[in-house]
Ligand binder design. Structure first.
Ligand code: MG
Ligand code: NI
Length: 478
C-alpha cells in the first residue's frame, strides 16, 4: 500500500507550510510536496490604489524582504512614468540593496542555518537553535548579529522614517546619505569584512564533514535564471535576464526584463497556494522547465563578480562544479550566500567613496506615461518580479508579483524528495529526517510571507500518506 509522510511546520523559515511524503506500494518515496497553505490575496488588494503608493504597500508584504519589494516596486513605477532616474538615485538604491543582502544573508547563514551547520544535523533539537548557538559558539553568534546589524543600520540611515519606509519613489529616492552616515559606514566596514572571512573559513573547514549533505540535499541538474550586467557580471539590482542549462550552456544570454513572460510561465497545483514557475520554452511536464534562482544560480550564470575578493572566492566556488559544469548541489547556497555578502561589502566600500551618494539630485519627476510597468531585481533569495497595469490616472488595474521563493518552488520540492529518498526508513519520521528536510528547505532561504503574500510565522507538520491517501504517520513541531 502506498503511503504519504507529512512534515508540518518547517521551523526557522518565514511563513506557513507543510510537507507530505508520498510512498508507493513498495514503501519507497514516490513524491514529496512542500505545501504552502496560507494566502492573503495581496495582488487583488492593491487594485484601485495609485501607483506611487505601491513601494510603501508592497514592502508590507514581508518583514524580511521589505527593501527588495520597495526596490522592485519603485522600478516598476519608474517604467510607468517612463523616466531614467538620476545617477545618484540609482547608486543609493544599489547601496540600500547591498545592505539588504548583508542583513538577509547574515540572518540566513548565522541564525537560521548556523545551528545545523555548527551544532550538527543530529544534535538535540532543544539546543539546536540560536540560543544553543550562543551558548556553544558565543563569538560566532555575536559576529552574526553584528554583521546583520551593519546591513540594518545602512537601511535605517537611508529610510530613517519608519520600519518600512517608502524611501524609494517613482523616479528615484527621497533622500541621499550625509557625511556623518558615510563616516559611520566606513568605520564599521572592516569588521563586517572580517566576520565574512571568518564565516567563509568556518564553512570551508566543515566541507569534508558535510560531504553526504552536498550529495543529498538538492543535488540535481536544473536550469538557472537570474540577472547579469550587460557584460555578464554579477548583478543584484538591474540588468538582463540570463538562463543557463544544466550543462552550463548559456541558452539565453541577456533578455530585456520587459520580455520576462517569454521565458517564465507559472503552473498551478491544487495542493499549494504557491505557484510553480517554469522555464517556458522547456515546458512544465516532468520538471523539464525546472530552474533555480538565488545565490547559487546567480554565481553559476555570471561570467565574473566584478570585485576583487568576490572574484577570488568565485574561482574557488567554480571548482565545485564537475568538469566545468555549474555547481549543482543546493547545499552550496550557503557558500554562494557568503560570497555575495563579500561582494555587497566591496560594492558598499566603492559606493561610499562616490560623491553622488550625497548629491541632492535624487529624483526625476513625471506623471503617467505608460500603462504597464515591469520592475525586476534580484532579492537575496532570487529573482523578484513586480508588474503593474495602470489607467491614465495612475490607478492600479492589475498587479502581478512573482517572488523569489515561488521561482524556487519546484527545486524545493525536488530537494525534499531527494532527502526523503536518502534518509527515510519505513514510516519513521525520525528527528534526523525532520531536521534534514527542514535544512533542505532552508538552503533556499524561502520567504513564505512573500510567496503567499501573507504575514505569519510557520511551525512544521510532516505526514506520511499511503496510496489510498490515508495518513499513516504524522509529526508536528513548533
Ligand atoms: Mg503572482
Ligand atoms: Ni519576504
Amino acid at each position: 500500500m502506498a503511503k504519504t509522510i507529512v512534515i508540518d511546520p518547517v521551523t526557522r523559515i518565514e511563513g506557513h507550510g507543510k510537507i507530505s511524503i508520498h510512498l508507493d506500494q513498495d514503501g519507497k518515496v514516490a513524491d514529496a510536496r512542500f505545501h504552502v497553505t496560507e494566502f492573503r490575496g495581496f495582488e487583488r488588494f492593491c487594485e484601485g490604489r495609485t501607483f506611487p503608493e505601491m513601494p510603501g504597500i508592497t514592502m508590507r508584504i514581508c518583514g524580511i524582504c521589505p527593501v527588495s519589494h520597495m526596490l522592485a516596486s519603485a522600478k516598476a513605477c519608474d517604467a510607468i512614468v517612463g523616466v531614467s532616474i538620476p545617477p545618484a538615485a540609482e547608486k543609493l538604491r544599489r547601496l540600500i540593496n547591498h545592505a539588504q543582502y548583508v542583513q538577509s544573508h547574515a540572518l540566513s547563514f548565522f541564525h537560521l542555518s548556523g545551528p545545523d551547520l555548527l551544532l550538527g544535523m543530529e544534535s538535540d533539537p532543544a539546543a539546536r537553535n540560536v540560543v544553543g548557538l550562543i551558548q556553544q559558539h558565543p563569538e560566532i553568534a555575536r559576529s552574526g548579529i553584528r554583521l546583520r546589524q551593519f546591513g540594518q543600520e545602512i537601511i535605517r540611515m537611508l529610510g530613517s522614517k519608519s520600519v518600512h519606509p517608502p524611501w524609494a519613489v517613482p523616479g528615484g529616492v527621497r533622500e541621499p546619505l550625509n557625511a556623518e552616515n558615510l563616516n559611520e559606514i566606513s568605520r564599521k566596514l572592516p569588521e563586517a569584512f572580517e566576520i565574512t572571512e571568518i564565516a567563509l573559513d568556518l564553512l570551508k573547514d566543515r566541507y569534508e564533514k558535510f560531504k553526504p549533505e552536498t550529495e543529498r540535499y538538492g543535488d540535481f541538474p536544473s536550469l538557472y535564471i537570474g540577472l547579469v550586467t550587460p557584460d555578464g557580471g554579477l548583478e543584484h539590482y538591474d540588468g538582463l535576464l540570463r538562463v543557463m542549462d544544466a550543462e552550463g550552456r548559456i541558452i539565453e544570454p541577456g533578455l530585456h526584463t520587459d520580455r520576462y513572460k517569454e521565458i517564465i510561465a507559472e503552473a498551478v497545483e491544487t495542493w499549494s497556494y504557491l505557484k510553480f514557475p517554469y522555464y517556458k520554452p522547456a515546458g512544465y511536464e516532468n520538471g523539464a522547465g525546472l530552474y533555480r534562482v538565488g545565490p547559487l544560480a546567480r554565481l553559476n550564470i555570471c561570467d565574473f563578480a566584478g570585485t576583487p575578493r568576490a572574484d577570488r572566492e568565485l574561482r574557488q566556488f567554480r571548482r565545485l562544479g564537475v568538469g566545468g559544469r555549474p555547481v549543482t548541489s543546493s547545499f552550496h547556497y550557503h557558500y554562494a550566500r557568503l560570497i555575495e555578502i563579500l561582494f555587497a561589502l566591496e560594492r558598499i566600500q566603492e559606493l561610499i567613496q562616490d560623491p553622488d551618494v550625497t548629491s541632492d539630485h535624487v529624483r526625476s519627476h513625471a506623471g503617467v506615461n505608460r500603462p504597464v510597468g515591469i520592475g525586476i531585481m534580484e532579492a537575496p533569495r532570487g529573482t523578484l518580479i513586480h508588474e503593474y497595469n495602470v489607467d491614465e490616472n495612475g490607478i492600479i488595474k492589475k498587479v502581478n508579483l512573482l517572488v523569489a521563493t515561488g521561482n524556487n518552488n519546484q527545486a524545493m520540492n525536488k530537494t525534499v524528495r531527494q532527502i526523503a529518498e536518502a534518509y527515510l526508513s519505513g514510516n519513521d519520521i525520525s528527528e534526523g529526517l525532520l531536521n534534514r528536510v527542514e535544512h533542505g528547505i532552508r538552503l533556499y532561504d524561502p520567504c513564505l510571507s512573500c510567496s503567499t503574500h501573507a504575514v505569519g510565522q510557520m511551525p512544521l507538520h510532516v505526514q506520511i500518506v499511503d496510496s489510498n491517501g490515508e495518513v499513516v504517520a504524522e509529526r508536528f513541531r513548533d
